[in-house]
Design a protein around this ligand. Structure first.
Ligand code: SF4
Ligand code: FES
Length: 370
């Protein structure tokens, strides 16, 4: 590895999503991980991850999100957490809760884990376990939330919403309060990776999306000071795209289980990009000089429509992976944007999908990768 890094004309990253593994006991139909998963035999070793954390801290990263798959599937999770915390990184565990025991939660707290983000799929065992494709998952998650609270760690509930549970948002918010969470993220499903296959079953209707926005607004008023509610609306029914990743190569990076460094978790869906790994280059060199990171930084890549638009500083032209998926061109204006020439087609598609008769889920397969 060479230490000679040219730029830096961009600021250092603030956050790193460390996808420790793709292994996961759940089979969620909305999984945004790639359709081809990384096998356990390709994962970075403990020493390699600790080296990544050391490089991240030196680069200026403040937050490390320990994610997956299910990060608890890594037998060295406590060791990795301790290493990251010792380096001064703020550690957040993004987990389904499955694979955690009370003793392991306490060990993670002792190792310096600062925050837990726990996913829920619904507000009853029946609906949640059906969506997650894992019997007994709901009750386990409730137990994990209690252990996290007892260990004194702040808890965020992550609720991915879609057509089947969108009408339960209020109940999910109440559940989060009951679980002593300080924050809930109500995030409408994004159609990346595996989720794309389940669009016909998961895309909410326009009415559901509008009601969800009202429900969240009312709940924010009602629970002000008690619970912070983050909200990712249904972008297929929105006027403008989201500022995906806070702008490409601007704030954060993802490291996959085998060490590929990506500007976002779905970036591998853009075939023109190639990605370096921490096994062949340094994190700093990849961040500042990597071709994939520089492909959509700043404004030079933008189509004229975005370059001349006052919202470019708000949404950075939207989501590159969504432009790839819907327009077949990652440098196109995100088709969610009301100014995109493709927006009318997307509206027709969204309306058609969201009134489609209920399709069965295609569950995320897991057998070959555990
Ligand atoms: Fe955002 Fe581009 Fe649409 Fe403007 S034209 S709102 S920058 S996506
Ligand atoms: Fe890749 Fe939005 S998911 S830029």
């Amino acid at each position: 590895m060479s230490d000679a890094i040219k730029i830096p004309r961009v600021p250092p990253p603030m956050a790193m999503l460390a996808e420790l593994t793709h292994r996961c006991p759940l089979a969620c139909p909305y999984c945004s991980n790639p359709t081809e998963l990384t096998g356990a035999d390709e994962e970075l070793s403990t020493a390699e991850w600790i080296s990544v954390f050391r490089q991240a801290a030196a680069l200026g990263v403040l937050h490390v999100h320990l994610s997956g798959g299910e990060p608890a599937a890594r037998g060295d999770l406590v060791e990795l957490t301790r290493a990251a915390a010792t380096l001064g990184l703020y550690t957040n565990l993004i987990t389904s809760g499955l694979g955690l025991t009370e003793a392991r939660v306490n060990s993670l707290a002792d190792a310096g884990l600062e925050h837990v983000q726990l996913s829920i799929q619904g507000v009853s065992p029946e609906s949640a376990d059906r969506i997650g494709g894992y019997g007994g998952g709901y009750n386990r998650k409730i137990a994990v939330a209690g252990w996290v609270a007892n260990a004194g760690m702040p808890l965020t509930i992550n609720a991915v919403c879609h057509r089947l549970n969108m009408d339960e948002i209020e109940a999910m918010i109440e559940l989060a309060i009951g679980l002593k969470a300080r924050r809930i993220e109500v995030a409408t499903v994004q159609f990346h990776g595996w989720a794309e296959r389940n669009k016909a079953a998961l895309l909410p209707t326009r009415e559901q999306a509008e009601q969800a926005t009202r429900t969240v607004a009312e709940a924010r008023e009602r629970y002000r000071g008690t619970l912070v509610i983050d909200y990712v609306p249904a972008d297929y029914h929105s006027k403008y795209p989201k500022a995906c990743m806070g702008g490409w190569g601007r704030i954060g990076m993802n490291v996959t289980p085998s060490g590929r460094v990506l500007p976002c978790h779905a970036a591998e869906t853009i075939p023109s990009l190639s990605f370096e790994t921490v096994r062949e280059s340094s994190l700093a060199k990849i961040w500042y000089e990597g071709g994939a990171f520089n492909a959509y930084r700043g404004e030079d890549w933008m189509p004229e429509l975005c370059r001349n638009c006052e919202r470019k500083a708000v949404d950075f032209g939207g989501c590159r992976c969504q432009a790839m998926a819907l327009a077949g061109d990652a440098s196109a204006t995100d088709p969610v944007c009301i100014r995109s020439p493709l927006r009318d087609d997307l509206t027709l598609e969204a309306n058609a999908f969201s009134v489609a008769s209920q399709a069965d889920f295609i569950y995320r397969g897991r057998a070959s990768k555990t």
